[in-house]
Ligand binder design. Structure first.
Ligand code: NAD
Ligand code: WQD
Length: 342
């Protein structure tokens, strides 16, 4: 069974490829490397013994995308990760985000339609819920106003797939990730943010290792148990495994409709200060942080109801916050060791 993974050189795509291979799938990747290198493919090979072929193709180019599908007509499905994902960048450059994230999606759907690919899994995001106060969020929670052009590309992407699904036989699943963090336990693959990270966990590990002098906790006067924001951090290997299960669910024809939605979170809300304490505990490093002002656009608290994914996909997140931090830290240390040994 061969699967086409877009964005296979990126953070979540690479971890998912490992899980797919561990479950007996063959994988080909398409990634233009606009936000990555092929470094994680080397890590995948070390972990699994399998060399993954990556087509260095921009999915916004229909001709090139078509050629990839033409060469891989025998795939049983597509898992579509490729997208730009940086919220502040999307605010500064909305057209870049609409063009990249939506043109690529439409091109892929055109190819899926033409080559009659039966199954499709899409990377969506909890950001589609906007500033909701109904917690924990269920898949039926009405989507709020998107807080950024990035989030809007995910809302629009979901709608495009839903409209497409009404008139085509493709079976689709939309996976709404909460906050994916951590790395493969081997520390051979992990998150590789280009430039200064926006996300909490790479900011913590980069500060702890000395790449950044200090970090700011954005807001300490929210109406939460310690004043900092609450998020649902979820280990990237748990996210990865949900993709394998989603694909298998479609292959086994267990889906109730031809476009289903699943939240992927642990269901546990963790504050920023709790995340920092978990990091300090597992690493033994005292983090240099300051309590600072709120970050514009941040929701106060969001966490998932994951009952659908548990019941229908048989999925269960296995990793707690300390192991999320431990694997993220081991990955950061391995990056430093690599630099030191070169
Ligand atoms: P990432 O940036 O590490 O990986 C995305 C990959 O897609 C990159 O390797 C990039 O080069 C590639 N890509 C982007 N546009 C492309 C194009 N037009 N053609 C070919 N390749 C292209 O991101 P990630 O964290 O692995 O995220 C994967 C998916 O999950 C994205 O769709 C993202 O929006 C979504 N998501 C991520 C998070 C998160 O916090 N990481 C949360 C929710 C949803
Ligand atoms: C988490 C918490 C910050 C950095 C983003 C996207 C969302 C989704 C996941 C893709 C917040 C606080 C952070 C720092 C801090 N991505 N923080 N100091 O904002 O929940 O979600 O990634 O779909 O769409 O918006 O994640 O990791 O940026 O922040 O205090 O230096 O950490 O304020 O409370 P967020 P994050």
């Amino acid at each position: 069974m061969k699967v086409l993974v877009t964005g296979g050189c990126g953070y979540i795509g690479a971890h998912t490829i490992v899980d797919l291979i561990n479950h007996g799938f063959d994988v080909v990747s398409v990634d233009s490397n606009i936000r990555s290198t092929t470094q994680l493919l080397d890590g995948i090979e070390k972990i699994t013994g399998k060399k993954i072929h990556n087509y260095k193709v921009d999915l916004c180019n229909l001709e090139d995308t078509h050629a990839v599908f033409h060469e891989n007509r025998d795939i049983c499905g597509v898992i579509h990760f490729a997208a730009l994902k940086t919220v502040p960048e999307s605010v500064a450059e909305p057209l870049l985000y609409f063009h990249n994230n939506l043109t690529s999606l439409v091109n892929i759907l055109k190819c899926i339609q033409e080559f009659k690919i039966p199954n499709f899994v899409f990377s969506s995001s909890c950001s589609v819920y906007g500033n909701t106060t109904a917690l924990p969020v269920v898949e039926e929670t009405p989507l709020g106003e998107a807080q950024s052009p990035y989030a809007r590309t995910k809302q629009m992407g979901e709608q495009i797939i839903q409209d497409y699904s009404r008139v085509n036989d493709t079976q689709s699943i939309l996976l709404r990730y909460f906050n994916p963090v951590g790395a493969h336990p081997s520390a051979l693959i992990g998150e590789l943010p280009l430039g200064k990270p926006d996300n909490l966990v790479p900011m913590i590990t980069q500060t702890a290792i000395g790449k950044r002098p200090k970090m700011i906790v954005f807001g300490h006067d929210y109406d939460t148990r310690d004043g900092s924001c609450i998020r649902d951090y979820i280990h990237v290997m748990d996210i990865a495994n949900a993709h394998t299960r989603a694909l298998q669910y479609l292959l086994d024809k267990k889906n109730g409709s031809n476009c289903e939605v699943f939240n992927l979170g642990t269901g546990n809300g963790v504050t920023v200060l709790e995340a920092i304490r978990a990091f300090e505990k597992i690493s033994g490093v005292k983090l240099n942080y300051e309590l600072g002002p709120r970050r514009p656009g941040d929701v106060i608290a969001i966490y998932a109801n994951n009952t659908h994914a548990r019941e229908k996909l048989g999925w269960e997140p296995k990793t707690g916050i300390e192991d999320m931090m431990r694997t993220a830290w081991q990955w950061e240390v391995s990056l430093r060791d690599k630099v030191l040994s070169n």
